[in-house]
Each structure stands twice: as C-alpha cells, then as structure tokens.
Design a protein around this ligand. Structure first.
Ligand code: NDP
Length: 329
C-alpha cells in the first residue's frame, strides 16, 4: 500500500538545535546499524521506518558498513526511501559515515581522502541519493594527518555530496583540533557522535564541555547500551536478542553485577512510571547539551516504547542521585 505520512507527525516529538548550527534534530533519532541488514525481513524494516517517521523521527543514521553484509543497510534504506519516502526527502535528515572496514586493501578503511570520498560516493549510490545531510568521519585515524581527513569532509560538503560534516568518537583534544581545521577551511563541523549511556559516561569528563564551548551538537549513540538498559535481559536471554547472537553485545556483559544494576535502575524507572528503556533515553537527554539520543529498535513495539520517553525528560535531584548509584561505566 502506498505510504502516506501521518498528518500529526510533528506533534509528539521535541526538536533540538544542533549546537550553534541552524540544524535541528529530533530528541530521539533512529540508527540502522543493526536490524536493517539483509538478515532482517524488509517488511519489518519498512514498518519500523514508517512508524518512526509518523511519530516525528526525522533523522535516520547510517554508515557505509551497516548491515550485514556491509552496505546492505544503506541499500535497504535506499529501497524503502524510493518506495515510501520520496515525497518526504526534504523532511528527513539522513547521515552516513566512513571509517571502519569497508572493502579490501589500504583504501577501504580509516581516514584517507581516497577512502572517505570513494566511500561517500558508494553510499550515495546505495541510498539512491544525490546528497546525505550529514557525513561523518566514523573514527579518528592516527596514521592520516587530521588535515587530510577534515579536508575530505570539507570537499564532501563543498562538492554538494553532504550538507553538514561531523565526527564520531573523537577525543576532546582531537575534536578541538578538527574544529580549528574545519573553521579554517570554512566548513564548520556541526556535530559529534559519541557513545553515551548510563553504563558508559566517558563524555561527561571533558567531551561535553569541549563541544559545548566549540558550539557543536552531540548525538549520543547506544543510549540503551545495546539493549542492556531495557527489560530484555531481566529474565532468560531471549533467542532473538542481540546478546544471543554473540555479536557486538557479548553475553559476558550480562554478568550478575551488571544485571543487579539493571534491576535497580528498572525499579527507579518504575517509580517514575517509565520502562527502563524510557528512563535510559530520558536520562541521556536530561540536559540539552545532548541534542539527540540515537537508538536502535528491532521491532515497532520497541520503537514506540522508546519514543514515548520524550513525554518525561525532567528529573528530580533525588532521582538523579539514586541513578548515579548504579549508572557507572
Ligand atoms: P541502543 O543502545 O538503542 O540498542 C538498540 C537495541 O536495544 C535494539 O536493537 C534492541 O535489541 C534493544 N532495544 C531497543 N529498544 C528496546 C526496548 N524498548 N525494549 C527492549 N529492548 C530494546 O542502540 P544501538 O547500539 O542499536 O545503536 C544505535 C545507533 O547508534 C546505531 O544504529 C548507529 O546508528 C549508531 N551507532 C554509532 C556508532 C558509531 O561508531 N558512531 C557505533 C554504534 C552505534 P534487540 O535487537 O536485542 O531486540
């Protein structure tokens, strides 16, 4: 059936400004790292994307290597974009990245100009787009001069293949340097994409202050700690869960100590009338230096539950203190 977006789609979701740029992102954005490869039914992918857009999610985050196999998430998203979302392209912020292993040999990984621009062209081809809204350096490359990696992002923007440039998982020091280089080139970086959750608080030490001072926005990836910060693992490990697949979420992470903290946080969530997933998302967004929480979802039910987190983004001091007891790296 032809997809027609819900007229009420902009009502439920707050939109937050990305640093000091003109761009706004939904408080919750959807990532396609897992759940959108060729191993997942396209009908489920389509249902998740349609529901997300109907609930105000305007930002969809991809990378060259998302799948499996690498590239298939962009191809599948490109197909659904063509079939369902073509009339809505100007209402969407679509991002991609390059930095991790993509094709064999020295030009298919890390941060060279050769790799970044070839990869971006391949991503555009798979997506069926002329441009992405945000193009990221997916990780810092210690062997490539930062001027070269940033120069490639600058070319991506000036050549019209991307509207904005971003960096992911860069240290505060490299972020500062990258911003200086990009300002000199005349293409300011607008966004940093780091990991951040109640179980991974590294950005609180320095990065948040650094990006705040520099005027970048932050989109926090894996705010649910890949599903740990949900009710998914409160009982037996479900057969269809990420942990059961033994990929990026190792079953060793489900130890008694961690699960004890998950249970304690689940109690705090209940006290707020939220699910644990909702608490984790609200907490990541509790101060507006985090522009957007970048979640994953393997079903429409998960997605709907997660997006409802935006209905309660405020915390009492006592709640934050109670969370701090258990929210540790
Ligand atoms: P999350 O921490 O949100 O984990 C998502 C997973 O948690 C889902 O696949 C699902 O697991 C489980 N889950 C989600 N909602 C619920 C719920 N309500 N109840 C129970 N379980 C739930 O994020 P991801 O780790 O998926 O990362 C999100 C995005 O961040 C990626 O798609 C990508 O765009 C970006 N990212 C960027 C990186 C970078 O280097 N820049 C690295 C990693 C991610 P299950 O499959 O078991 O159902």
């Amino acid at each position: 059936m032809v997809y027609v977006a819900d007229d009420a789609r902009y009502e439920p979701m707050p939109y937050r400004r990305v640093g000091r740029s003109g761009l706004k992102l939904p408080a919750v954005s959807l990532g396609l790292w897992q759940n959108f490869g060729d191993d997942k039914p396209i009908a489920n992918q389509r249902a998740i994307l349609r529901r997300a857009f109907d609930l105000g999610v305007t930002h969809f985050d991809l990378a060259n290597n998302y799948g499996p196999p690498a590239g298939s998430a962009e191809s599948n998203f490109g197909q659904i974009l063509r079939e369902d979302f073509r009339p809505y392209r100007d209402e969407m912020i679509i991002s991609s990245k390059a930095g991790y292993d993509m094709w064999p040999g020295p030009y298919g990984v890390m941060g060279s100009r050769k790799y970044l621009l070839a990869s971006l062209d391949q991503s555009l081809n798979r997506l069926g787009l002329d441009y992405v809204d945000i193009f990221y350096s997916h990780r810092a490359d210690p062997d490539t001069p930062l001027e070269e990696t940033m120069g490639a992002l600058h070319t991506a923007v000036t050549s019209g293949r991307a509207l904005y440039a971003g960096i992911s998982s860069y240290s505060p020091e490299l972020t500062r340097e990258a911003v200086r280089i990009m300002n000199d080139l005349g293409t300011p970086l607008v966004i940093h994409q780091p990991s951040y959750s109640m179980f991974n608080r590294w950005i609180e030490a320095d990065l948040l202050d650094t990006v705040d001072e520099l005027g970048l926005g932050v989109i926090a990836f894996s705010p649910l700690a890949q599903g740990l910060l949900t009710d998914r693992y409160l009982g037996e490990v479900p057969a269809d869960s990420r942990a059961a697949k033994g990929g990026s979420l190792k079953s060793g992470m489900l130890n008694d100590e961690t699960l004890g903290r998950v249970k304690a946080l689940n109690e705090i969530a209940s006290g707020r009338g939220q699910s644990l997933a909702q608490l984790a998302i609200s907490w990541a967004l509790r101060n507006d230096r985090v522009t957007s929480a970048l979640i994953g979802a393997s079903s429409v039910t998960q997605l709907e539950q997660n997006l409802a987190a935006v209905q309660n983004l405020t915390f009492e001091e006592a709640e934050l203190a109670a969370i701090d007891e258990h929210a540790k790296d």
